[in-house]
Structures are given as C-alpha cells and as structure tokens.
Design a protein around this ligand. Structure first.
Ligand code: ADP
Ligand code: MG
Length: 299
C-alpha cells in the first residue's frame, strides 16, 4: 500500500522534541518543502497519546496567518508513529534567535519585540475567542464592538507558550505560533501541571498550582517570553524546581531593561500579574497597543 511518506524525500532533521524528531521534507511531485513531526508513541501513556490526538484536532481547526499551518498527517503503524506534516518556518524558532543575541551580547531591537507581541497576540486571540482577526486592520475594525462571547467549541488554550514554540518566516518579519502538543480545548478538565515535562520557566502560577485556569495563562507565558527578549534571560530562574515554583507564585520579577520604552515595559509587567483576574486578555492588550507600533500589513 502506498503511504504519504512515499510522496516525500526526507531532508535534514531540524528539531528534536520530547517524543521524536522534526524533519524537513520535500514533496517529490511539487517540490513543496514542509516539516514532518515524527512522533513515536510506544513509550507514551494514555494521557500523552490523548495529547497527540488533541494536537491534531486543534491544528486542523486553526487556520490563521499567525499559526503554523497544518497540512496532513499519517499513522505509520509499523513505526508506531504519527507523522504530522506542517508548514516549514525558514527562520527557525524564537529560542534560537534569543540565544544568538545573547551569544553576541546584542540587544533585540524594540520593533522586533513589538512584532512578536502583536503577531502572537493575533494568534492567541483566535485561539482564545475563536475569532479570525486575521490582521491588525481587521482587529481594529472589530474592536469597537464589545468583547465577544466565548464559544467553548472553538476556544483553545495553548498552555506551552515559550520561545521554542514561536516560529519565524521571511527573515523574521512573520511570526507564527506552533506546537499545539499541550493545547487544550476549554471544555476539558485540568490535568496539565501533572503531565508537563521540562522546566516550567514560563508557566503561570495558577497552572503551576493546578488551580482552575483560563486563557490568560497564555498571557503570563507571553509576558515571560517578551521579558526574555528584552533582558535576554527569563524573568524567573532558580536552581531547583521548588525554588522556581516559589518565585513564580510570588511573581516578583527583575526590572525590564530600561533600554525599552515604558509602553512595552508596562505591557510586560501587566502580563506577568499573579492574579489571573487582574491580568489583561488578548482583547485588552491588542487594544492597548499604540497604532504606530502596528506595522503596515503586507500586501
Ligand atoms: P515538541 O512538541 O517536541 O516541542 P515542536 O513542534 O516544538 O515539538 O518542534 C520541536 C522543534 O523543531 C522546534 O522548537 C523547532 O526548532 C523545530 N520545528 C518544529 N516545527 C517547525 C516548523 N514548522 N518550522 C521550522 N522548525 C520547526
Ligand atoms: Mg516545542
């Protein structure tokens, strides 16, 4: 039987994830380059398998200019793997961008940080409210309407916003949110803090403590990413998991580098607010961004 894999030439591995590799592939017939996330499920527990199924469902539904585009998927039973084909982001991920600036001891330009903020917010706005604000103009046009009711069918919380999951294209001009492997539809119950692997530098206090959470947990994490773009280190750091957890619960962060504008610094500190009820949502944040910071949309 012919499989989807046969249609592609495998190119180099460009990423290693917790459950397999991410590889560049080229469609033999059309020459189209995609990435293939090869997820091996042999060592996964039931909950982790559910995360893959939910990632697929979510990806297929999310069609947005600032979300990495899903293309197709395949169950390769002989390899006990799921292959997810997605748009290739030629600029890599934001984690690598930050490491490069850190290594070269250079500051990230403020305009770039605004671009990350605006474009990631547009993606999160789609996730959190199910609204296709495709670009800034459409958002502004709709902004005088009151905040829309949440439709839990289409609402997605990403839950793993961090530099490694934010992707770049077109020399860093276009920013896309990816890796929905831990994302959740709003309707499902809490189980996240228990299943998270890795150091939770960007995790919000309510998620960390397994309290009920809402879409603004992503805003906390985005605030942490923006902080790291300004200061070239994450806002919360500690030698042990427990110390890190305590710091996050207190929410005390070092000063955002004074090299950046007060407007940007204020957005960052407001986003890293411990009480989720006092934290701004995507709607409030997009509305608070000075219009001059919105770059003209590409034609
Ligand atoms: P995981 O769930 O394992 O973290 P990711 O989807 O985040 O999987 O992929 C892991 C890494 O592979 C990313 O941090 C990035 O470096 C690379 N990568 C993943 N998807 C893409 C893509 N669409 N374009 C370019 N690089 C990618
Ligand atoms: Mg990832």
């Amino acid at each position: 039987m012919s499989s989807i894999s046969d249609e592609y030439d495998a190119l180099e591995v460009i990423g290693k994830g917790s459950f397999g590799t991410v590889r560049k592939v080229k469609h033999k017939a059309t020459g189209e380059v995609l990435v293939r996330k090869e997820i091996e499920y042999t060592s996964m527990n039931a909950q982790e398998k559910n995360h893959i199924v939910s990632e697929l469902r979510i990806l297929r539904e999310l069609n947005h200019p600032h979300i990495v585009k899903y293309s197709r998927h395949e169950h390769v039973s002989e390899k006990k793997s799921i292959h997810i084909y997605q748009e290739y982001c030629d600029g890599g991920d934001l984690g690598k961008v930050i490491s490069n600036y850190r290594r070269n001891r250079e500051l990230v330009p403020e305009e770039f940080i605004w671009e990350v903020l605006v474009q990631t917010l547009l993606a999160l706005h789609r996730c959190h409210y199910g609204i296709e604000a495709q670009n800034v103009d459409l958002f502004l046009a709709a902004a005088d309407r009151s905040e829309p009711a949440v439709n839990s069918e289409t609402v997605v919380i990403h839950r793993d916003i961090k530099p490694d999951n934010i992707f770049l294209l077109d020399n860093g001009k276009i920013i896309k949110l990816g890796d929905f492997g831990l994302a959740k539809m709003l309707t499902s119950q809490n189980d996240f803090a228990k299943t998270y692997v890795g150091t939770p530098y960007y995790m919000s206090p309510e998620v960390l403590m397994d309290n009920p959470y809402s879409p603004v947990c992503d805003i906390w994490s985005l605030g942490c990413v923006l902080f790291e773009l300004c200061n070239l280190q994450p806002p919360f750091q500690a030698k042990t998991h427990l110390l890190l957890q305590n710091k996050i619960k207190q929410g005390q962060i070092p000063e955002v580098s004074l090299h950046y504008s007060l407007q940007l610094r204020t957005i960052i500190t407001n986003s890293i607010t411990v009480d989720p009820n006092l934290r701004p949502n995507t709607f409030e944040l997009l509305n608070s961004i000075p219009v001059k910071m919105f770059r003209k949309e590409k034609e």
